[in-house]
Design a protein around this ligand. Structure first.
Ligand SMILES: *[C@@H]1O[C@H](CO)[C@@H](O)[C@H](O)[C@H]1NC(C)=O
Ligand SMILES: *[C@@H]1O[C@H](CO)[C@@H](O)[C@H](O)[C@H]1NC(C)=O
Ligand SMILES: *[C@@H]1O[C@H](CO)[C@@H](O)[C@H](O)[C@H]1NC(C)=O
Ligand SMILES: *[C@@H]1O[C@H](CO)[C@@H](O)[C@H](O)[C@H]1NC(C)=O
Ligand SMILES: *[C@@H]1O[C@H](CO)[C@@H](O)[C@H](O)[C@H]1NC(C)=O
Ligand SMILES: *[C@@H]1O[C@H](CO)[C@@H](O)[C@H](O)[C@H]1NC(C)=O
Length: 294
């Protein structure tokens, strides 16, 4: 076989070997990171721009899916994209639930533990100079930005037995899919095509407009636990509640999902993306810059 092909084939095969995507798709991550970056104060924004790799072109939204690719060479990070909660409990408990469920069982290795971890890493090095510490702070930033989004995807705190909806086979309109993918990508993709002429930029603008418009009264409550920079246990508990109320309802194995499901769940998806973006902005404003230094 030609050398070129040999090196390409493993790249094509890898995604098939990993059965579940376990993350908002590319668009979901871009949306959350754009909403967040647009809400940064000047100094934290400058620190962020210093931390971003060149290929981001100063846009956090361009690199927020990096941890999904990094899973191939940092396999330990796979457990950090989600947390499994006990079937039908519809509640989350850090001590009970947060561990590497599919692997070693190590405690703290879940999306909520990861949000705490990367918040702490950035906080310890807060502000310039961006001295080399124990960690690559660019990676800490990209991990935190990614996991803040994932923890708001309701099925990233879904039930253990169905792996967050991954083993629930459904049709998404005419396509075969699974419930987890419908929430990672299907709902956003259908909305983008149907309402935004395939432009994720237009969708971001619309969500942003609601954050400062119709939702403005609620936004302070989204930051209700803001004595901490991030509140991942609250975010995960909200997610599994939403999973029970919206994601799992009327979506049992073998169901064909269409407009009834799409149109009632889309506002929920918009809201989770908005909350993730606003909360990520709050976190980055605090952990990237020490306001007491002003
Ligand atoms: C914390 O971050 C370090 C560095 O990326 C990593 O080795 C460790 O597994 C992380 N732990 C959690 C719970 O995120
Ligand atoms: C930190 O990680 C980023 C992203 O993987 C990489 O581009 C950069 O070279 C790393 N920096 C150092 C000092 O290793
Ligand atoms: C759904 O049905 C498929 C095929 O019948 C089966 O393989 C899968 O395990 C089922 N999933 C659940 C959650 O029962
Ligand atoms: C939709 O997008 C296409 C290409 O992306 C563009 O040519 C077209 O003018 C757009 N339509 C509207 C109604 O904006
Ligand atoms: C914005 O809010 C309006 C009014 O509630 C709603 O109809 C629309 O779907 C929302 N759009 C987004 C992107 O959240
Ligand atoms: C589930 O389906 C029933 C029957 O069609 C409907 O009355 C109910 O509103 C649906 N619930 C949700 C949360 O979609």
């Amino acid at each position: 076989m030609p050398r070129g092909l040999q090196s390409i084939i493993p790249l094509l095969v890898l995604p098939i070997l990993l059965p579940f995507s376990h993350a908002w798709g590319e668009d979901g991550h871009r949306i959350v990171c754009r909403i967040a970056q647009g809400r940064l104060r000047e100094e934290p924004r400058e620190v962020l721009e210093e931390l971003l790799p060149d290929f981001a072109h100063n846009d956090l939204g361009n690199v927020c899916s990096w941890p999904d690719r990094a899973r191939y060479w940092l396999p330990w990070s796979t457990a950090l994209h989600y947390v499994n909660t006990p079937d039908l409990i519809c509640g989350y408990d850090y001590d009970r639930d947060c561990r590497d469920a599919a692997g070693t069982g190590e405690k703290g290795m879940c999306v909520s533990g990861a949000v705490k971890n990367y918040t702490d890493q950035l906080l310890r090095h807060r502000g310039p100079p961006l001295a080399d510490g124990d960690y690559n702070l660019t990676q800490s930033l990209l991990f935190l930005s990614h996991f803040m989004a994932d923890i708001h995807q309701p099925l990233h705190a879904g039930f253990s037995s169905d792996k967050g909806g991954s083993t629930i086979e459904v049709h998404w309109f005419s396509k075969k899919s699974n419930l987890h993918s419908v929430w990672d990508e299907g709902i956003i993709e259908t909305a983008k095509q149907r309402f935004y002429n395939n432009s994720v930029e237009a969708m971001i603008q619309d969500i942003d407009r609601n954050i400062t418009g119709v939702w403005a009264d609620q936004v302070p409550a989204w930051l209700g636990c803001s004595s901490e920079d991030t509140c991942p246990d609250v975010d995960a508990a909200e997610s599994v509640r939403v999973a029970c109320d919206w994601a799992y309802r009327n979506a049992t194995n073998g169901t064909a999902l269409g407009d009834d499901y799409f149109l009632t769940r889309l506002p929920v998806v918009y809201m989770r993306l908005a909350q993730a973006g606003v909360r990520l902005a709050f976190a980055l404003n605090n952990v990237l810059w020490d306001a007491d230094e002003d």
